[in-house]
Every structure is written in C-alpha cells, then in structure tokens.
Design a protein around this ligand. Structure first.
Ligand SMILES: Nc1ncnc2c1ncn2[C@@H]1O[C@H](COP(=O)(O)OP(=O)(O)OP(=O)(O)O)[C@@H](O)[C@H]1O
Length: 695
C-alpha cells in the first residue's frame, strides 16, 4: 500500500492529536474485580493495552465514520421502519374483522361497499373475507419486501464499515512509530483488528436495526393504544419504568465488566501469540508445563471475567419478563372487566387489538437487555478503534517536506545549461535546489543526543558527531550496547533524536517525507525477519511482480552467496520458507535478507551484524565482495566481528555515547586504543580456538 493510500484510508477518522498515555489509567475498567484489589489489577494489566479514557462519544463517531454510506444507511433505516409499521397492521386487521362481526364495521369498509348492509356478515357475503384476505396478502408482501431490503442493506453497511474500520485501523497502525509497538502488546493490537472490528460488524448487522425498530414500535403502537384507551394503555405500560430502571442498572453493572473482558481477550491473545512465536524456546527449556500454567491463568481470568458479565446479563431477562407478564395480566383483567360491563367505551375488537399490540410493544422490551448488551460491547470496541485512529503518529511526514539536493549535471550543454544556471542563481546564490528524491548518500550526525525512554534514563548517544561521505564504506565498532544499531535506527528515522540533527546530503531527515527517506536506505538488520511465502517473494519483498525482474532477484541472490543453495532446492526460488523463514538456517535467512537489501539498490546500505550468523567461509566471501556490494553506495557496516569491517574506508568506534576513535583499521591498531584492544581480544580468541582445535 502506498503511503498516499494509507493517508486517505486513515483520514476517514477525524484525526486529532493523541494523548500519549497508555493503559492502566482507567480506574473504572478494573473496579468490578472482586478477588484482587484495584491496584493489584492495575499493576497486572499495566502497560501494553490501549488506553481509551480520552475517547468520547464513540457511537456518534461510528455514525460519522459511516457518513460515506449515508444513502445506504438511510435506505436501510427507512426499510426497517416501514417493515415495523406494517408488522403492526395484523392486530388492526383482526380488530376490523371482530368489529364487523359485531355489527360495527370500520368506516372505510362501509365506504368501499357503498352501504352498511353490504358488509354486514350474512350467508353468502364475500366482501369482508375478500377485502381482509387481499389486504393481509398485500401487507405481508410489503412487510416481507422491506424485511428483505433492510436485512440486505444493514448487512451490506456492516460489511463495508467493518472493512473500512479494519483497513483504517491497520493503516493507522502501519503509520505508528516503533515506540508504539514497543509499548503495546501484539495480541492486544491483533484483538483490536479482529475482535473489536467484528463486534462493530455484529452490532451493525442486527443491533442497530433492533434499536430502530424498538423506537418505531414504541411510537406507533403507543399512539394507537393511547387512542383506543389511555387507561388501559397506562395499565399496560406500568412495567416500563421497572424495565427502564432495570436497564440502567444493568448498564451500570455490565459496562465495567465488559471493559475488563475486552482487556482479558487482548491479554489472552497476546499470551498465545507470544507463546506460539516462542515455541522453540519453550521446547528447548522444557517449559511446556510452565507456559501451560501461564496460559491457564490468563484463560481462567478471561473465563471469570466472562462469568461476571454473564451472571448480570442472565439475571436481567427473567426479571424483565416477569414485570412484563404482570402488566399484560393487568391489561387482560381490566379490559375483560370493562368490556363485560360495557365501560370505558371498549369493544371486543378494541380489546383483541389491544392485547395483540401491547404484546408487540412489551415483548421486544425483553430483547432490550440483549440489544443494550450488544450496544455496550460495540461501544467499548468503537472506543478502542477510535482511540487508535485518533492518535497521530509521533514520527510522521513533515508539514513542509524537502527533498535532496539535485545532483549537478555536467552533461547539460549550451542554452539549457545556461538557462538552468541563471534560474538557480536568481533563486538563491548558495542554497541548492532540493528537488531530487534520490540521495547521493552523505550522512551527518551533528551533536546528537538520544535516549529511548522519554525521561529519566541516561542517554545512549551524548553529543555524537560524525560524517560519512557519499560512497564511503564506514565500519562501526564498539562494545555491546554502545549504540551502534541505534545509529542505523536514527538514520532511518525509526526514532527522532532528542537533540542535534541527522542529515542526509545536508537535509535533516525530519524534513524529508518518510517514504522518500526510507526508499534511499537498504537495511539488513540484526534480527532478520522473513515473511511466509517463497524465497523469490522474500527477496523481492514489497515489490509487485511487475516491478522486479527475475534476473535481478537472481543476481542479488548470487551476490549474497545464496543462489547455489536456492537452485539446489527442488522448488528453487519458489520454495516456501515457512513463517518467519523457519525452514531456513540462521545463516541462510541472513543471506536472504542481504539479497533483499541488494535488490533494493538504494544509495545507502546499512549492514547491522549482517554476517554474524553466516559461516566463516561465507563471511569471507561476502567480505571479499564487500567492495562490490557497496560500490557506489554509502555503507554503514556494524559488526562485532571486527574482521568484517577491517577493509572499510574508515572505522568509527563508539564509546559512552560519542565517537571515541575514528580512522582506518591499520591506523587504529597502531594507535593502540579501544579498537586495538578489541581487535587483540578477537585475535586472541581466534588464536586460542585454533590452538585448542589443533591440540
Ligand atoms: N527499543 C529500545 N528501547 C529501550 N532501550 C533500547 C531499545 N533498543 C536498544 N535499547 C538500549 O539502547 C542501548 C543501545 O542499543 P543498541 O542496539 O544500539 O546497541 P548496539 O551497540 O547495537 O549493541 P549490540 O552490539 O549488542 O547489538 C542498549 O543499552 C539497549 O539496551
């Protein structure tokens, strides 16, 4: 997906800037836990979950989110309303039949027949049965038609919305900076993309329609009932305050339980995802029982959280049913009494219609609990989705992006050259035109301070300054944890510096569009990550078939010393490598990721421990090829094994957050500093290991 399409998808949300606070701040979320204290529970759930406390009115937001499908929503709602109105017609039809049989037909039937006697029941009279029959068929036909329409349209709307919400959330995730992923659990994010979005879909499939139809029933049958007998209506509606009070109580009790439930779903998903990914470690440490217990604990907590919610939900419906039954019984009792005693102007037809309509009004109220239940679940899910959509990425494209300086074109001749020169001169005497999306590759770190934590922890880089000329190959050495990989991450703008500046070709990386910046850098990182798919797809990662040539994929594999291995496989380049490349060895995975970087052919190549897992022979071969691999590129080669970088143009030694030494391998050895000490240790290790193997 291109960055522009990402922008357009995520812009569906009304993006505001994020709050930057994480889970555990929501007291409400944890207050219903009985077995542990709020503080214990908060500590357990601390970190890794989306904090939704700043997101307001999520269901209105959902409605606004569906604005592009306004017409669909209106048509679905109109069909639903018409269906429900027609559904109220049969009791009225029955009343007309009874009234006619009683000798007082409705006015319209009299008008239709021309004279009252024509509709008086008598042997051989077909007017009434035929009119009622035809009307019934017509009503049921349209009722069914509208049912078909609203079901189809609401489901269509649900499908469109869930797809857009999922893609919008995923686009928002793709744009988030590395820190976001470090602070959030993968399982929780997966749960948002799956469970929460599915919850919204479920609500739009059925819940929204139920709420709408309930409103229609309440308005229409309520009006008819009041018209017929306000006394009987009041008797019939007596359970409603009880039902409403029950619903509010239900809402107050169930809402915090659902919040915990959602957090538990995320926690369980995170635990399972983590465990399945780390299955090899679990087996190697025979920690199956340990992991089983850990999952058992989280799954039990999920079950218990569900029980707490179910207990409340299950009690709600029987309580409501009983209060409805009392109201219904009171209607039948009083109504029958009034008809027998000819009071309140109530006919038999009225009473029959009344008892049918009051049922149509009251029974849907028993569903109110389930509908509110679905609504609240959807609201909790919508809140999480909109929280994600609202938070602006910390690392994003600049508002006034710049590009790289255009390379000087010495081949421009004659008039064209003179014209360009004059134009450049008039615009600015010194500043080059920043018009090129392609970098030359000069990298500068100017007095860079950087710390991973937002505050409190010591800085990893403390005023680091260094310059890499375009086309230069620079080795980076230093003790473990010195900040070597951090340099690479800052060039790629995975993080922003706290102070100072990182420039490429003199342009601050924060001024460049992210896709332009990253398109100019090829990275082979310490942790090779391969995707499920074929070897070819992994080498050409991110490129569509139209964009790469098979011959270039194979050339890249050759340069990475992988081609012979690939062709020895029965399926060659089409071999499936399994999830994360599990069917390849560590060294093969590393070589594949080198090939992937070489195919990208970017002006800047970063090799971060790129050969740490390959055998010595392959490493020697890659080293011999290093000049070829890095020809015409700026290469930043990070290595523990100093032999990997000894032929670099220059070597920088990081120590205590700054460049402590900087020179060629030979000069650094001669200087006898940190580098020389590290080199001697490695040579010594080499010597020790070779002498012990020979003895
Ligand atoms: N995402 C992160 N969040 C917090 N601290 C981090 C993060 N990544 C690295 N660090 C810390 O920053 C320091 C520098 O890490 P970095 O990976 O740059 O070191 P390095 O020199 O590449 O180490 P090595 O040679 O072991 O790969 C380390 O102390 C590490 O613990």
């Amino acid at each position: 997906m291109s960055s522009s399409s990402l922008k357009s998808t995520s812009s569906l949300s009304k993006s505001e800037s994020g709050t930057g606070r994480w889970a555990s701040s929501d007291e409400y979320e944890y207050e219903c836990y009985g077995s542990s204290t709020v503080d214990e529970e908060k500590a357990r759930l601390d970190g890794g979950y989306i904090d939704t406390s700043a997101t307001r009115r999520p269901m209105w937001r959902l409605l606004a989110f569906m604005a592009p499908h306004k017409l669909l929503l209106v048509l679905a709602a109109a069909s639903s309303v018409l269906n429900k109105i027609l559904d109220l017609a049969p009791p009225i039809l029955v009343k007309w039949v009874v009234d006619t049989l009683e000798g007082s037909p409705p006015d319209w039937l009299v008008t239709l027949s021309g004279e009252p006697g024509a509709v008086h029941p008598g042997k051989g009279q077909w007017h009434l049965p035929l009119a009622i029959g035809l009307l019934t068929i017509a009503i049921f036909f349209f009722e069914s038609l509208f049912q078909f329409l609203y079901e189809l349209l609401f489901k269509l709307l649900a499908q469109k919305t869930q797809h857009e919400a999922r893609m919008g959330s995923y686009a928002a995730l793709l744009q988030r900076e590395m820190r976001f992923f470090e602070r959030h659990r993968t399982g929780d994010l997966l749960s948002l993309l799956n469970n929460d979005i599915n919850q919204l879909e479920r609500f739009l499939n059925t819940g929204l329609n139920e709420i709408l139809q309930f409103g229609v029933v309440l308005a229409f049958s309520g009006a008819i009932l009041f018209y017929v007998s306000w006394e009987l209506t009041l008797i019939g509606l007596t359970p409603i305050p009880v039902i409403l009070a029950g619903s509010f109580l239900f809402q107050a009790l169930i809402q915090p339980r659902y919040k915990v439930l959602r957090a538990k779903v995320g926690e369980l998903a995170a635990r399972l995802e983590n465990n399945i990914s780390g299955i090899a470690v679990t087996k190697a440490f025979t920690a199956e029982a340990f992991e089983f217990d850990r999952v058992d604990t989280v799954s039990s907590e999920y079950r218990d959280a569900n029980f707490r919610a179910i207990r409340v939900a299950a009690a709600y419906i029987p309580v409501i049913r009983m209060s409805i039954a009392v109201g219904f019984a009171a209607v039948l009792t009083c109504g029958t009494y009034w008809v027998i005693n000819d009071e309140k102007g109530l006919s038999i037809g009225d009473l029959v219609m009344f008892s049918m309509l009051i049922q149509r009004l009251l029974w849907p109220i028993t569903r109110l609990g389930a509908t509110i239940d679905e609504f609240l679940r959807a609201r909790a899910s919508a809140r999480r989705v909109f929280t994600l959509l609202d938070q602006a990425p910390e690392i994003r494209d600049p508002e006034n992006p710049k590009l790289f300086p255009a390379p000087a074109k010495s081949h421009l001749r004659g008039k064209r050259k003179a014209k360009r020169k004059a134009k450049a001169k008039s615009s600015s005497a010194a500043a080059p035109l920043l018009t090129s999306p392609h970098a030359q590759g000069a990298i500068t770190f100017e007095d860079v301070w950087f710390s991973y934590a937002e505050s409190g922890s010591p800085a990893i880089l403390r005023g680091l300054t260094c310059r890499l000329a375009a086309g230069e190959t620079v080795g980076i050495a230093g003790l473990t944890g010195a900040g070597k990989s951090t340099l690479a991450k800052l060039v790629l703008r995975m993080y922003d510096v706290n102070e100072g500046v990182v420039c490429i070709d003199g342009v601050d990386v924060r001024s460049l569009p992210l896709d332009v910046l990253r398109a100019n850098i090829a990275l082979v990182s310490q942790d090779t990550y391969l995707f499920h798919g074929t070897i070819r797809e992994n080498i050409a990662y991110g490129l569509t078939k139209r964009k790469y040539l098979s011959s270039r994929v194979e050339a890249a594999a050759r340069e990475a010393e992988l081609h012979d291995f690939i062709t020895s496989l029965p399926d060659g380049y089409e071999t499936l490598i399994g999830e994360r490349g599990v069917r390849l060895s560590g060294g093969q995975r590393q070589r594949l990721s080198i090939a992937r970087a070489l195919l990208k052919d970017a002006p800047i190549l970063i090799l971060d421990e790129a050969t740490s897992a390959v055998d010595t022979e392959t490493e020697l071969s890659i080293q011999r090829n290093l000049r070829k691999l890095t020809a015409g590129k700026t290469a930043l080669v990070i290595a523990h094994r100093l032999s990997t970088i000894r032929h670099a143009d220059r070597i920088l030694v990081l120590h205590e957050g700054v460049v402590a030494e900087e020179d060629t391998h030979d000069n650094l050895i001669a200087a006898g500093g940190t580098y020389a000490r590290l080199w001697n240790i490695q040579i010594g290790e080499l010597f020790d290991s070779s002498s012990s193997s020979s003895s």
